[in-house]
Design a protein around this ligand. Structure first.
Ligand code: GRF
Length: 195
């Protein structure tokens, strides 16, 4: 049974979708949810699902990424993860941290990578007049939002869309895509999922 640690910073809707998917004959189980923000709404959701949680507040560390990550590693390593899932985790991780989990750390990004790495992806798609948008699950590598793509889901951009309406349409697909990719990845299958 693969042990999955999920990192969040906010509401954790992707974390909830992942945890709900890991049941029955699924080869993985969530063992810990970690947040860098003590006020993250996802912490209460994880506890309601009976999943262990940890908080490593990033604010006291200011810009000292290495010091923050040294603390962050403690509960993660203690959970003995096989797979790490970043799910709405809003901190940039150093190459040292990323390389420690090379080949077994996933992230979901709300754009059709390689388009729009970084932030404000929906605003950028709307500004560009794109006909479609979507989300990507990829392996995390030291370059931000750049690793091997493990799955993508596409949505139409509709006339009158705002950042909020597009984000909501994409988020629905994130909740389908991430569990599908995790299931395949936990089975050792790296073929991309196309939804
Ligand atoms: C969402 O914008 C999602 O697109 C991105 O992180 C944000 C929060 O997601 N992956 P969640 O509800 O905390 O999973």
């Amino acid at each position: 049974m693969k042990r999955v640690v999920i990192l969040i910073s906010g509401g954790g809707s992707n974390m909830v979708a992942l945890c709900r998917s890991m049941t029955g004959d699924h080869p993985a189980r969530p063992v810990l949810v970690v947040s860098n923000d003590p006020d993250a709404g996802g912490l209460a959701k994880a506890r309601e699902m009976g999943i262990a949680t940890a908080v490593v507040d990033s604010r006291p560390f200011r810009g000292d990424r290495a010091a923050f990550e040294a603390e962050l590693l403690k509960p993660i390593e203690a959970a003995q993860p096989d797979i790490l899932c970043l799910a709405g985790f809003m901190r940039i991780l150093t190459p040292d941290f990323v390389n420690r989990f090379s080949g077994r750390m996933l992230n979901i990004h709300p754009s059709l990578l390689p388009k729009y790495p970084g932030l404000h992806t929906h605003a950028r798609a709307l500004d560009a007049g794109d006909a479609e948008a979507g989300c990507t699950v990829h392996e995390v590598t030291p370059v931000l939002d750049d690793g091997p793509i493990l799955g993508q889901a596409r949505v139409p951009v509709r006339a009158g869309d705002t950042e909020e309406t597009l984000a909501a349409r994409v988020l629905e697909q994130e909740h389908r895509l991430y569990p599908a990719v995790l299931r395949r990845f936990a089975d050792g299958d790296r073929r991309p999922v196309a939804l």
